[in-house]
Design a binder for this molecule. Structure first.
Ligand SMILES: NC(=O)c1ccc[n+]([C@@H]2O[C@H](COP(=O)([O-])OP(=O)(O)OC[C@H]3O[C@@H](n4cnc5c(N)ncnc54)[C@H](O)[C@@H]3O)[C@@H](O)[C@H]2O)c1
Length: 347
């Protein structure tokens, strides 16, 4: 019934914003009521595509119109513009606000967004991370339930190239599978020109994370040949290998080789929309029922914080850095397309 639908505003309708709009437009319990988009032609075209008449230049203009406060403000913006739109949405009185990775560049800016949402009871969703994949969530549930025993080790593979952009994924999956926070980072970075730069483009990080459970996690900056996160217990290994369905091994054969488990993952109801769909569904459930999200803004902040710690540990001579970082002015910019948008910098 229409009056029960959550009213959604999409703020930023570029490449990724339209992916969000596609899923919100097919759900029974959501309705896109407004679009805020800088680019005039795109705003018109996207409005027509999704049948939305209330079109605005940005969040500020939208919130100046009486009656235009949606239930969900879905900000899918280049990094530079995320903070203003998130804080304006929380202050306008939305029930939930959503953003994507990386959540920002400076820790203090991210703290300000998260604090504003927390003070106002606004659910703050973290967006399209592989952590929301149905198989990753199900495997995390098995680990949490103790199906494989105590987690004894973990590794991160291929954590380089853009540690705050794409690298966000590894940290979010590692924390989920190990049910732990990263409490210390030691890192080595290359090449020197990438380490000295303000942004993460091309920076390869090798190092070690310490988890709150005491587990030490070796970090490989390049593929090993794996590209994701391995977690193991006494007799089992669970592997998330960047975009592939998770692999599960349990037990050893006569030669000491791991045996692939015959466990299968439950089929996800919306495979054509991928993990963006599972993430959005968990956001809606959090707003309506107070359940835990597959990806929260806290998860995005932890990913950024680890990337910043790794960059500065490497820059300062592989100094061990404890988390949370005391200096909230530390900053790491993502590559220009992520920070400024595809109209300004090449993808
Ligand atoms: N999670 C993922 O897998 C994933 C993948 C791609 C992009 N992203 C992230 O999503 C975000 C958007 O990426 P994209 O590929 O859609 O970029 P894009 O450049 O295609 O789209 C951004 C849109 O925002 C608009 N815009 C910019 N500032 C605005 C403002 N203040 N108010 C309203 N509209 C504004 C631009 O005109 C553009 O249409 C970035 O933060 C990026 O890092 C995440």
């Amino acid at each position: 019934m229409d009056y029960k639908k959550l009213r959604v505003a999409i703020i930023g309708c570029g490449r990724m914003g339209q992916e969000y709009a596609k899923f919100y437009s097919v759900l029974d319990n959501t309705e896109i009521v407004a679009i805020a988009e800088y680019n005039d032609d795109r705003r018109r075209a996207v409005g027509e595509r999704f049948g939305v008449k209330a079109l605005y230049k940005d969040a500020e203009e939208m919130y100046q119109r009486p009656g235009e406060v949606p239930d969900l403000a879905v900000t899918v913006l280049p990094g530079k513009f995320i903070k203003d739109a998130v804080i304006a949405s929380a202050q306008a009185g939305v029930r939930g606000v959503s953003t994507d990775k990386p959540i920002g560049a400076r820790l203090a800016d991210v703290d300000a967004m998260i604090d504003t949402c927390a003070e106002r009871g606004v659910v703050f969703h973290g967006g399209n991370l592989q952590r929301a994949r149905a198989d990753v969530q199900e495997a995390a549930g098995w680990l949490r339930r103790g199906d494989f025993g105590e987690i004894l080790g973990a590794t991160v593979h291929g954590w380089g190239g853009e540690i705050s952009g794409g690298g966000c994924q590894h940290i979010a999956v590692l924390r989920l599978l190990t049910q732990a926070e990263i409490t210390e980072v030691v890192a080595w970075g290359k090449p020197q020109e990438a380490l000295a730069a303000d942004e993460d483009t091309g920076l390869i990080i090798n190092g070690r994370f310490t988890l709150s459970t005491g587990v030490e996690v070796p970090v490989f900056g390049e593929p090993t040949p794996y590209r994701g996160v391995d977690v193991w217990t006494e007799d089992s290994l669970l592997r998330w290998d960047w975009g592939e369905e998770m692999e599960v091994y349990q037990g050893f054969d006569r030669n000491g080789r791991r045996i692939k488990s015959d466990r299968t993952f439950t089929r996800f109801a919306w495979p054509e929309y991928g993990y963006l769909a599972s993430s959005i569904l968990s956001f809606i459930s959090a707003v309506e029922n107070g359940t835990e999200m597959a990806v929260s803004a806290h998860d995005l902040r932890q990913s950024l914080e680890v990337a910043i710690a790794a960059k500065y540990s490497a820059l300062w001579g592989s100094t061990p850095l404890s988390l949370p970082l005391q200096d909230r002015s530390l900053t790491l910019y993502p590559r220009p397309y992520r920070w400024l948008g595809g109209d300004i910098a090449a993808f």
